[in-house]
Design a protein around this ligand. Structure first.
Ligand SMILES: O=C(O)CCC(=O)C(=O)O
Length: 308
């Protein structure tokens, strides 16, 4: 049985994203929060980013502020198990087929109350182009996501448009200058949903999110998945170890035959000046969208599938 309704599949096709509410059981959600809290607590005493933890600019060893857990499936076995959760995998099959691989990256983006950082507009595809575009990201909500706590903003339909320039000062910066690119972000939709829900967005979709100005946490665990025959062209994915590549299959079988599609690709090279996370990469973007005083998405449309 499909894990998505016909309406959700149609929305993913036309808008480039969809939402599935209440996918996680209460006990799974609770365990996800516990594991995440444990890992965040380990940031006490750190003076710099680690392979697993990306820190807010305002972090101090005494007052730890974690912005991201990187490659969570390698940090705690719970995250690896969750990447294969039946509710998630069932939702992916109608979109990218039976044979599904987890990307080696993934993250928990932690927008803490009051200061949790913005993520500038970007397309994931700019970071990790593949031989075909059956590539997407799933956001697992640890907290309720609403208008005030930095919800993910999706620009519907942009997954069918160009791959935008994500470069600044001659190097990749992992962000789009939306003014220069002439992108009208007033059409962006905020995704609002209860904790335990999942968002699914296409790798070519333009998206981002503002700082969390509320008193509520906004934590989202992002897993990225590809069809097994979508082979990476660049980025951290480049295959060095076939066994490791194939060990990330979450459903179906691997293949040695990449499927080639005529897809637009812009290589993320030269590599970003600041490495370690998207937040670091985006530091060299000259004209930031979310840092400016008028940096709000005009007239956001709340995303409620039931209304459409
Ligand atoms: O956390 C968010 O709001 C957006 C995350 C995202 O797009 C990313 O980390 O690539």
């Amino acid at each position: 049985m499909s894990g998505l309704t016909a309406e959700q599949i149609a929305q993913y096709e036309s808008d480039g994203y969809t939402l599935v509410e209440n996918v996680l059981e209460a006990s799974t959600l609770q365990r996800l929060r516990e594991v995440t809290d444990e890992i965040v607590a380990s940031a006490k005493g750190l003076t710099e980013h680690t392979d697993a933890l990306d820190l807010e600019a305002s972090h101090t060893p005494e007052s730890p502020r974690v912005r991201r857990i990187k490659r969570p499936h390698t940090v705690h076995p719970f995250y690896w198990d969750l990447a294969r959760h039946h509710g998630i995998v069932r939702a992916l099959i109608p979109l990218i087929g039976e044979h599904i691989r987890l990307r080696p990256a993934g993250k928990v983006n932690i927008k803490a109350p009051g200061y949790g950082a913005a993520i500038e507009w970007h397309q994931d595809w700019a970071f990790y182009p593949h031989t075909n575009q059956d590539v997407l990201a799933v956001g697992v909500l640890l907290d309720d996501m609403g208008p005030d706590n930095g919800p993910v903003l999706m620009l519907p339909g942009t997954h069918k448009g160009p791959v935008y320039d994500h470069h600044s000062q001659g190097a990749f910066c992992g962000a789009i200058d939306v003014h220069k690119a002439g992108i009208d972000v007033s059409n962006a939709r905020q995704v609002h949903a209860p904790a335990g829900s999942i968002t699914i967005h296409h790798a070519r979709l333009v998206h981002g999110s503002a700082m969390n100005h509320s008193t509520r946490k906004r934590r989202v665990l992002f897993y990225e998945y590809t069809a097994a025959d979508a082979w990476p062209l660049a980025g951290v994915d480049v295959i060095r170890d076939l066994d490791e590549f194939n060990a990330r299959m979450v459903h179906g079988q691997p293949t040695l035959t990449p499927r080639m599609e005529d897809v637009p690709v812009r290589m993320p090279l030269p590599t970003a000046v600041f490495q370690g996370s998207i937040y670091e990469n985006q530091r060299t973007l000259e004209s930031r969208y979310f840092d400016t005083a008028q940096a709000t998405v005009a007239a956001p449309q709340k995303h409620i599938l039931k209304e459409s």
